[in-house]
Design a protein around this ligand. Sequence first.
Ligand code: C2O
Length: 577
Amino acid sequence: MTNLITALFIYFLLYLFLFNNHSNYVVGFTSQRQGGRSTIFYDFKVQTTRITKLCNTKDIPTINGMYPGPVVYAQEDDKVIIRVTNESPYNITIHWHGIQQRLSCWSDGPSYITQCPMQTGQNFTYEFTLQQQKGTFFWHAHVSWLRATLYGAIVVYTKKGVPYPFKFPYEEHIIMLGEYWMKDMVQIEQAVLASGGAPPPADAFTINGQPGPNYNCSANDIYKLDVVPGKTYLLRLINAALNQEHFFAIANHKLTIVEVDGEYTKPLTTDRVMLGPGQTLNVLVTADKPIARYSMAIGPYQSAKNVSFQNITSIAYFQYFGATANDLSLPAALPRFDDNLAVKTVMDGIKSLHPVAVPNDIDRNLFVTIGLNVQKCRSKNPQKDCKAKGGGVMAASMNNISFSNPNISILEAYYKNINGYFTEDFPGVPLKFYDFANGAPNNPPNDTNSLNGTRTYVLDYGTRVQLILQDTSTVSTENHPIHLHGYSFYVVGYGTGNYDPDTADFNLVDPPYMNTIGVPVGGWAAIRFVADNPGVWFMHCHLEIHLSWGLSVVFIVKNGEGPLERLPHPPADLPRC
Ligand code: C2O
C-alpha cells in the first residue's frame, strides 16, 4: 500500500514537471539515484515581467516572473536537469557560473561559444553533475546584457552528514548584488557599441533586487534581514552586477570570510569585502551588537581612471528583532571608491582551508595581457560613432586580440569540423612587449590598435597550464575580474606592476581555488590548472562592457584517451542558429 502511494506521488510530481507548462512557479524536485545521489529538476520559463523601480515601469526578462530569479538548490554530486523554455522576445542562453561542467560542455551556456541562443518559443534542457562541488554559485543569462535582470543563486549543500568546517550558522541568507537601469538592456548595449564610447552608469545598485532608500523614488524598496540577537548568520554574497565591482560592509559588524567561489578558505575576519562581478563569497556575521537597525551597504570599487560611475550606495537593513521600525539605520563604513589597499588587504588573507595539490611542473606557460584599447575610427560620422577619447572606438583585448563572436557556436564548429568560424592562433605571449603597467603605446596618437578575430588556444588533454594575466595601462589600468569557464584554478601569485618571474612570490602551499580572479589594478595574477575537462571554454572579463568590447579568449581542450576523457555527443535539442 505504502509503495503504491509513493508511486502515485512520484507520478504526480512527474506530471507536474512534464505537463504543467503554464504554471508560474518553479518546479524543483528530487528523485533518488543509486549511491545516494539525487537528480534535481527545475523548470525555467523565460518571460517578460513588468516591474516598477525608481518610479519607472518597464518590462524585464525574468525566469518564472521572479527578479532576482529562482534559487537552484542541490547537494554535492547531484545531477541537475533544468529545462529552459524561452517565452520572451529575446534570444536566451543561461550559464551556470562556477559549475565545472565536467564532460558537459554543451550545457555551459555562453552564447556563440558552446551554443546558439534559444529563440522565442524554443527550449533547451541543461544537464550537469555537481561533481565534487559545493558552496555558493549563480546562474545568469549569457547573451547580450540580459544578465542585468536574468540571474539567480545556486546553493550546493554538502553531502548528508558532512558538516561545515565552522560552527553551524543559525540561518543562511543569499545576498545578491546587482545593478539596475531604467532603459531596456539590449537597447543600452546596442547604443553603447554604436557610439564607440563608454557605457552609461547604472541608475541604481541593488541588493536582492532592491535599490534601498538612497535613490530617488525608492524609499520602500529595501531588502531587510531580520536577525536574532546573539546568533551567527551565513551570508552567501554574489556579485551579479554587470559593470561594477563592489565593496560590501555591515555597519559595526565584522565579516568572517569562510568560502570564496565555492571553496572553503581559512577564516578571515575583516570589516569589508570587495567582490567583482562573477565573484561569490560566504561570510559569517554574528549579531552581537546593541539592538538596532544597521545598514548593509554596497558601494562601487572603481579602479579605472576617468570613468563615470554611479556613486550612490545601495543599502539594505540588517535589523535586530526588537529594533523599532522607525529607527534610523546606522551607516556602514565603505571604503572610498578607489581604495586599492582595502582590496589588496583582504586578498592577501585569502588562502585555501587546507594545503592543496597545486600542479608543480608546468607544460604550458602562457602570458596574457588584459586591457582596453582605442581603435581607429572608420565611420563617416565620427561625432556620432567614435566617442572614445581622441575620436576612436573603444575596444578591449587579450594579447591585443579583440575577440569577436562567430555566428555559430565554436563548440559546434569544432565538434563537427566546420571550417571558417574560428582560428587556432591565439598568441600564447603578447605580440609586442612594452612597459605594460606604466607605458601606454596603444593610446592615440601612438597607433597600435588591437586586432579583431575569433582566435582560440588549443590545449591537449591533461596539459598543466600556468597563465600569467597582466593588466595594461593602454587606456587605464583597472582591476579586471577574469572568469574561466569549465575549471577552477589555483591563484598562485599576484602583485602590482609588471610580472617578473625573478621576483614574483608564489604560494604553492595553500593558494585559493577560484573561478574568477580580480587581477590587481596595474598588476598581474598567476593561475594554474590542469586542462582535464574536454570542450570549448570561454575565459573573459566579467565586466560586461569589457566582454562586449572583446576582452576574452576561448580555450579548446582536446579529448583524452580514456572513456571519461571524451566529450559526449551534443544533446538532440541543442538550439540551431
Ligand atoms: Cu558568469 Cu562567462 O560568465
